[in-house]
Ligand binder design. Sequence first.
Ligand code: ADP
Ligand code: MG
Ligand code: ZN
Length: 729
Amino acid sequence: MQDISLEVLEKYYGYKSFRKGQEDIIKNILSKEDILAIMPTGGGKSLCYQIPALILDGLTIVISPLISLMKDQVDNIRSMGIEAAYINSSLSTSEFNEAINNLKNNKYKIVYVAPERLESYDFIMEMSRCSISQIAIDEAHCVSQWGHDFRVSYRKIKSFIDILKERPIITAFTATATEEVKRDIISLLGLKNPKVYVTGFDRENLFINIVKGSNKKDYVIKYIEANKDASGIVYAATRKEVDKLYEVLCEKKYKVSKYHAGLRDDIRKENQEDFINDKVNIMIATNAFGMGIDKPNIRYVIHFNMPQNIESYYQEIGRAGRDGGKSECILLFSPGDIQTQKFLIESSSENLNRKQSQYLKLKQMTDFIYNNDCYRKYILNYFGESNLENCNNCSNCLNEGEVVDKTIDAQKVLSCVYRMKKNFGISMIVDVLRGSKNIRLVNLGFNNLSTYGIMKDYKGEELKSFINTLIAHGYLDYIEGTYPVVSLNKKSIEIIKGEHKVLFKENNINTIENVDNKLLELLKDLRREIALEERVPPYIIFGDVTLKEMSSKMPLIKENMRLISGVGEIKFNKYGERFINLIKSYIEENNIIVNHIIEDNEENSYIDIKVDEELLELLKNRREEISRKEGMYPPKVISLRSLKEISGRYPKNLDELMDITLVGKKKVEIIGKDIIIIVNDYINNKDIKVNFIKKEKRKIALDGDVRTDEEITIDELKKERFQKNYQIN
Ligand code: ADP
Ligand code: MG
Ligand code: ZN
């Protein structure tokens, strides 16, 4: 049973192994048990009901709340050669009738249905005549009022199930795990003794980076400059902020689009599609953006402002790295963000109770930012996970960036605040420290303070940002109001007295993607071309992770292409040839040598090496010289077999040389450096580039010779000895 599902995974999806939880969940569905699976966004829920759908007899109905996602999922399944359809309000009458007809004729294995359809008597009567093996309920939290997006129609699911003559397996999937929601899902969907799976909320591939008190705009510009071609979302709290950022980035000629509730529907839709189809790679948006976005290759999510609560934050950063590739989530915090969020809560039309709970969540969000321990631990704890260790993949754990001692500057600011006696806003403090001639300042007599003008060497913006950083670290209090002001606290006094040092980290800008890869660009171009032909988003053809692997392994034959994660059988048949041809012409044009991997089965995997006779001759000559000089028997210096392997694998450094069969430290000491020089000279002269493949557990086949290493060595030794004897005689 396990083997069938693994086979299906390999054949259709092209993935080589299951992710956490998937295998168990599938196994249980196949043994006809109801399940509730709680997995994080991007955890791979779809596959958990799709694979059983393909294996079980009969039809799987998937209830899914978002029209755009339905189309996406169905495109995806169809691209793997599986008959599937969706039925929702976006279909015309004739399309609808066609779908129903196909359903009756058992043409589909999987049908996605909007929950609203279940309100139509005719429709459920049609459906109830099909032989249904599984009803999968995606985003199952929509059935609960406690979830964040309750959908009335989800309540119809149970009565639909109840009218079916034969009860199918009911499977429910969500990323929300609060107790109330869990209970609601089980009872309101009528799950029978369900197995409940919670795979955990962690998204290991997301780097959580909280940046306090930097100049946000500069940060974003620098970040985007360093990650020009990566796909990313920048979330800002208000429409105005989105518009401003959008203009700035447009001016710099980045490929950017924007999304917020103030834009016309059709424009919003177009912008979203440009992003999904990789026409632009940066989306500036309010939190209105993201529902129904399954784009897998989002490499970063930047929060220009702090979100209102941890749920939203985690959901929004969850949109990064669905493909499992490394991604970065940056939150640019300034104390003013708290005020913006309070304003948004205050001006909403929610009732008092709701508002109070929103304030509480805002406080938890702020505590999260100020906490000095692992950020991921904090979030996972918040979602109810315990016994956690530091993640070493967040900015608190890693403590990246150079630490600079800002104690003296901090003392200057704090003692200025102290001398001003009453509480003032940040700009007044900046003016005093920079020695401005502002009339109000002079009237208040601040030009006579000993701190007047003592920070002239700071630019205004810079000093403001520094003060914000002090606040963000809790070294100064920020008091909100119509005119927000700052005031000293206990920590400030400690710093003034010199009892506490102020150490700040310089912000590092990370580069998440190595863009210097010409072949990857070409592969992406080809993908875009095919996507246009087939009118689907590029990632439906192949994901970024798949293309990246292609660009480094450069597969030239079917067997090697099929080893790439994401290249299933059907996809290979559809696109394999075109990608192989592209890689072929690329390596020909660039004179790159790639060795094939030949895989008979798991134990029998070879790298096929063509011996380069010309290089082998040079290597043998060198061996001869060393053997004469050192008075060593040539095979002792290095075996002929190793030399042949070297001649076809072209190791360019000691690390690669150590990957050659029978080459160890000793041999490297005797002849290693010479070999490296000879190989490098040779490939430079011939202008050859080499894509070195590590051996790992594979064997080496020389010119198609697949004897084991030992056999070959023994044979070679025999042969050499024989030749030697022959020559002597
Ligand atoms: P969820 O619905 O849980 O948010 P999806 O089902 O959309 O997540 O899956 C997220 C991404 O992970 C998709 O691109 C999917 O193809 C990929 N994926 C799922 N399972 C695997 C796997 N076993 N190996 C590699 N990629 C996978
Ligand atoms: Mg999903
Ligand atoms: Zn951490």
